[in-house]
Design a protein around this ligand. Sequence first.
Ligand code: PEP
Ligand code: MG
Length: 584
Amino acid sequence: MKTFQGIAASSGYAVGPVHKIRLKTIVPARRSIRPTDISTEKSRFGQAVAIARDEIQDLIKQLERDLGPEEAGILSSQLFILEDEMVWDATLAVIQLDRINAEAAFAKTVGDVAARFLEIEEETFRERVNDLRDVEQRVLRAFLGDIPAESILPKVPSIIVSRNLTPSDTAALGRDLVLGFVMDEGGNTSHVAILARSLGVPALVGLKDASPALENGIEVAVDGIAGILTVQPDEQTRGRFSMLQCQQVVINEKLAGLKDLEAITPDGHRVRMMANIELPIEVDEALARGAEGIGLLRTEYIFFQHQTIPSLDDQVRIYSEMVRRMAGRPVIFRTLDVGGDKVSDYLGAKREYNPFLGWRGIRFSLANRVLFKTQIKAIYQAATVGSAKLMFPMISGVQELREAREVCQEAVAELERDGIPHTPSLEIGIMVETPSAVLVADLLARECDFFSIGSNDLIQYTLAMDRGNSRVSYLYQPLHPAILRSIKDTVLAAHEAGIWVGLCGEMGSETRLAEVLLGLELDEISLHGAALPKVKQVIRWTKLAEARRIVDHLLSVSTAEEGNRWLADYINHRKRERGEGEEL
Ligand code: PEP
Ligand code: MG
């Protein structure tokens, strides 16, 4: 039995035969053309694009039917690519100036645009290359009068294996015959991961070189929790999987039952449960998991989805749609947090020697006031259709907060002056994610309406460990006494000033830390939708008094290791007390 370790992108377990998707890549031959053929080639290009457009529109309809309008939206970006002047006009210009055949001109144009995207060190742009290639191959097939990709459907329920599925291939597969996805490439935010989560089937991505080792029809087992692929599982492994599948069904049913219940402890303490999202497409998932609002919208991802900075109108439209869909539940808009690992060329944030200590978050926004004010205006306008709050990233002291608030005042004054509908009084909060913000939390709390602790950065900066460097990843220690003390001090400072405090870093998604966050007396936890029901369940099981004792103990030990061991023993003990069938 051979196994591969990948990234668990969508949870669940599946066993089934491999169905490999290996679309042959079309590389068009380049032919010189005569000047008199230029217009014929241009119209051939137009016809091929029209066929591709029809195919994509059909797929969008199918996807809307199978999964809903949000998932279908993923493919809309492909329609935009077809109409984008970077692609359309440039192809016509290449036909005209290089005097080559339409398919070669089109492939050259797409290659140039893809190369520009690949220079940008940003995953979202890499995803766009995937979209571009997908569109390119579809158009090239149309030139050849070739079959569309939709003919790749498996005949029996299967595990779909591929190097990297394009969004339209994934969409074309539908939900009936797909037991799971196994991809050599991709990360947690790749389209296939998003769609797999929507389909509710397990997915492994980033398996590197699994697909060449898998033959069509052989049986594989996908563990979407541990991220492991097992090839030709033996009897014992198959038995374990069917048991896990049954358990998962029972657990999911129980957790689904919590959707409309509050996260309230047996001794009556309530915690708000919110979702972290990056893109509008995730709103429905957040609601389906029972999120009481969006606790962190990382707005930079919306910018990264666009090739140019979205205009005020575009931002108003996108933000309003999200606020409207949340139907009165709050959406916390974190203003742009570019820089660090989120570099974007078109925004002018360049690679730096010490990117995480560089031109990042609020520093970038304050240096780009027009861009910043535009975003803030859009948020004030979007707030009119529901509930929105504003949050600034990477605040290190009161001066930055004051300057950011000044921009808010200017934005409101201008909206007022121009008679544009907006909600003038939004709650304004900050991310507490730098050690200095923790140290001056009392001063900051006097000048804002809420705190949200960004534990990812707080751990990075407090323990001096680059969050993107795998060599020091062992230092990602949420239970390090320095981190626990920082959170506790921040909560105290917030409560003394009479403001609420939440946590929106990855710590919130770790079920094993749910009691700890409860005991630290956070008012709100914002986490990945998928993790929300489990954390809520733990809160509903645990008395606040008990959680406080857990935190007191963890604060009394000297190392994260001791804390981890103690907490693991505690959780096991609790599991035994609750008995069989009450585990998560
Ligand atoms: C954090 O730092 O914990 C956080 C939530 O923000 P991001 O991960 O976007 O830096
Ligand atoms: Mg952060």
